[in-house]
Design a protein. Structure first.
Length: 763
């Protein structure tokens, strides 16, 4: 209520001042100049009273601004019977405040929508009945219903088969996502499908959305150093204005000239240019799925020159992911994964969950296991579709020293810092599943974006082993890798870097919270829910995309530049107007109009922080199209994985088996890869060109297409002339090299294309 009244006052004052200005103008036009003067004076007085109240309130709060200059100019104009100048200043001052209120309201809109979006009521299911209860009364373990179009009230686990959720309020992504039974869903998401049920895993206060609302509230109230600098600058402007006005009066003997100086020195909106820019920048970041806790965090982020990243869950996806599948003769990768995935459904181990997820991700049908026995930490065995399956460590599955095949697998796993799950079917080896924590797809793009933004030193800080950390560091070309670090060691390392130059720290776990607090700017990857790291951080990335960190830095730098540009430009123009008034080149009325033009220009310039900063903009690739293109690459991954398996099998394959593998590779390349690349060239690239500033990048990608098609042609010719009778070791090696080249180039090419999709897509 109080906020609404405070925002109504500027509108009322501008209405009074404008009415008085127009009414006085009519009276003056009718020849009643004395009446016009009284009307203008009467319209000025309410603005003076409102200004006095504002100044007193600011003084009681320990603040002082240049509003005092506006007060002196209006009082001075009335005292000198320059009532037209007084009402013009009153209109300019009240109009400037109204414009500021509009600008701040517009910039705050994205943040306010978060708070207004918060759910108030939950549908709790108890003993077959559904009751509407306040969200604050929901307890952990409660079963809740969320109807179509409603907001998920608290964090929970989905108990239905699947659900379609709109998470745009959390992540900024406009495309609804599918969640499966047992998956975690976050409060604040909107149910875009049928009624769903969930089991609460957090109370309202501990849920994701409540944490976001708290951070948004902090973002709206935090005050940045630049804003405080503007306040201090106001202390210098008043005596400088009075000195210049006094000097003009003394040298000219004309008090009206002093009044003109004071009228030209009323840059009230200028002092709010920095807050408007910062609120606009925070709102812009929120549109990108990045929540900054106010202008202080934004300004610190803009000054950053060193970036420190945690590894697990930050630069990597976190947790075990399928790396590759090695199989024995007679078994395919899908058959091995299907057998292991079916069996692992009976285990609660994280490795088991990773294998099941990988099998379902490939669309494999999993059978229900029976007679399952699990040896904790070693593996498990059971019956799947009438066959006995074993999955786990080599000792558990085979119980004897590794043979050459198994030793090769173990050696590969050691080099790649991977875990190995061996699989046996009816006591015969079927294959081995390699699992590892993998680099995020967008991590290279994030590092490149930070370097482009002027971050000169990028470090990875992790508690993981040196060999694992060094592999990630080499892939990303980092400046330094600090491994085997405990949480306290991380704090010490961040403090050391902070002592050299402004540093940001990015992490996602509870153990990262102390290091996030130690950095000048802590950035938490909060897409997986609220945590101690999110509370300790200054910036929270609400989307599970690490490249948003680079977006946040660019937004902060641009906003910081706009804020200073607005302040410096506005004060320069104000100074010119004051000097012109001192020499008599501007009358009080002209000075008021000139100053108002400066004020409007400054605030409009500050609002540029809401935009992207592009001088011109091509039509962006729709987010749905970019997602569809990335999904095509995901589908192609299975084919590339099989090509990798074929390359490995050709090392030891007999001629007859080698011929079959070459034929299979040729079929995969012809039916899957070549078809995909031709579609890219003829249909996808023409659309992308319309969304890119330059077509040179796509020209380079087309060159890779030609190379892949050339290799595919060579493989086809080799396969056509290859039979069991004339295959020799050298021919098979030629085929192996071609297949390996195709697989390697295709993976790199796909990663490059995804970077282009990201550049062209809506953000």
């Amino acid at each position: 209520m109080r906020v609404a009244i405070e925002r109504l006052v500027p509108r009322a004052l501008i209405a009074i001042a404008l009415t008085a200005l127009l009414a006085g103008g009519v009276a003056w036009a009718l020849g009643k100049s004395e009446l016009a003067d009284w009307i203008w004076a009467a319209g000025t007085l309410p603005v003076i009273v409102g200004l006095i109240v504002s100044i007193v309130r600011d003084l009681l709060a320990g603040r002082f601004g240049v509003d005092a200059v506006a007060l002196l100019s209006m009082v001075g104009a009335l005292a000198l019977w320059q009532n037209l100048a007084a009402i013009v200043v009153a209109v300019m001052y009240a109009g400037g405040n109204s414009l500021e209120e509009f600008a701040v309201s517009r910039a705050e809109r994205s943040l306010k929508s978060l708070i207004e979006h918060a759910p108030r009521v939950a549908h709790r299911e108890t003993a077959g009945r559904v009751d509407d209860v306040p969200v604050a009364e929901v307890a952990i373990g409660d079963r809740l219903l969320v109807r179509a179009g409603e907001v998920v009230p608290v964090d929970g686990l989905l108990t239905d088969a699947d659900a379609i959720l709109d998470e745009s309020a959390l992540t900024g992504e406009p495309i609804p996502v599918m969640r499966r039974q047992g998956e975690a869903i976050r409060s604040g998401a909107v149910n875009s499908g049928q009624t769903l049920s969930l089991q609460a895993t957090a109370t309202e206060g501990e849920s994701t959305y409540a944490g976001i609302v708290r951070m948004a509230s902090a973002a709206q109230t935090a005050k940045a150093p630049t804003i405080r600098t503007a306040d201090r600058f106001a202390l210098l402007l008043l005596p400088a204005s009075l000195a210049l006005a006094g000097g003009a009066w003394a040298f000219s003997g004309d008090p009206v000239r002093a009044l003109a100086v004071l009228v030209a020195a009323t840059p009230c909106p200028l002092i709010l240019a920095a807050p408007v820019a910062y609120i606009a920048g925070v709102a812009r970041a929120a549109q990108h799925g990045v929540l900054m806790k106010g202008g202080l965090a934004l300004e610190a982020l803009a000054r950053t020159r060193t970036a420190v990243f945690d590894k697990t869950g930050t630069l990597t996806v976190g947790g075990a992911r399928l790396l590759r599948i090695e199989t024995t003769p007679g078994w395919s990768a899908d058959e091995t994964l299907q057998a292991a995935g079916s069996l692992e459904q009976a285990s609660q181990h994280p490795i088991a969950a990773a294998i099941v997820t990988a099998a379902r991700g490939r669309g494999l049908d999993l059978s229900t296991p029976s007679d399952v026995r699990e040896a904790m930490g070693s593996g498990l065995e059971g019956i799947v579709a009438g066959r006995r399956i074993r999955a786990g460590s080599h000792d558990f599955v085979f119980g004897e020293p590794p043979d050459p095949w198994a030793r090769r697998i173990l050696r590969q796993a050691s080099v790649r810092s991977a875990l190995v799950v061996f699989v046996a079917v009816d006591e015969a080896p079927s294959g081995a599943i390699l699992l590892a924590d993998q680099l995020r797809r967008d991590a290279p793009r994030a590092i490149q974006g930070l370097r482009a933004a002027g971050v000169s030193r990028i470090i990875m800080l992790t508690g993981d082993r040196a060999e694992t950390a060094e592999a990630i560091g080499a892939a990303l070309d980092l400046d330094s890798v600090l491994s085997d670090r405990a949480p306290l060691d991380k704090v010490a390392a961040v403090s050391t870097e902070q002592g050299l130059q402004p540093t940001l720290m990015v992490g996602d776990g509870v153990n990262d919270a102390p290091a996030l607090a130690a950095a000048q700017v802590g950035i938490a990857m909060g897409a997986r829910g609220a945590s101690a790291s999110s509370e300790a951080a200054d910036v929270v990335v609400l989307v599970d995309e690490i490249d948003r960190v680079a977006d946040a830095v660019r937004i902060a730098q641009r906003t910081y530049g706009i804020a200073f540009q607005s302040m410096a430009g506005g004060m320069t123009l104000s100074g010119v107007a004051m000097i012109a008034a001192a020499f008599g080149w501007l009358t009080p009325i002209a000075g008021a109009l000139t100053q108002e033009a400066v004020d409007v220009a400054v605030i409009l310039n500050a609002l540029r922080a809401l935009g992207s900063g592009r001088r011109w903009r091509r039509a962006a690739l729709p987010a749905s199209d970019a997602k569809a293109l990335r999904e095509e690459h995901v589908k192609l991954e299975a084919s590339l994985d099989r090509l990798r398996d074929i390359v490995a099998k050709l090392d030891t394959a007999e001629p007859r088996m080698g011929v079959q593998l070459i034929h299979e590779a040729n079929a995969i390349v012809s039916n899957d890869l070549v078809a995909h690349e031709r579609t890219d060239e003829t249909k996808v690239y023409p659309r992308l060109r319309r969304s890119l500033a330059s077509g040179y990048g796509l020209a380079a990608m087309s060159r890779v297409h030609r190379e892949l098609l050339h290799l595919a042609h060579l493989l086809s010719r080799l396969s056509e002339g290859l039979s069991d009778g004339d295959a020799d070791t050298m021919t098979l090696r030629d085929g192996q090299r071609i297949v390996e080249s195709i697989e390697t180039i295709a993976r790199i090419h796909n990663a490059q294309e995804e970077d282009i999709y990201e550049q062209a897509a809506e953000r």
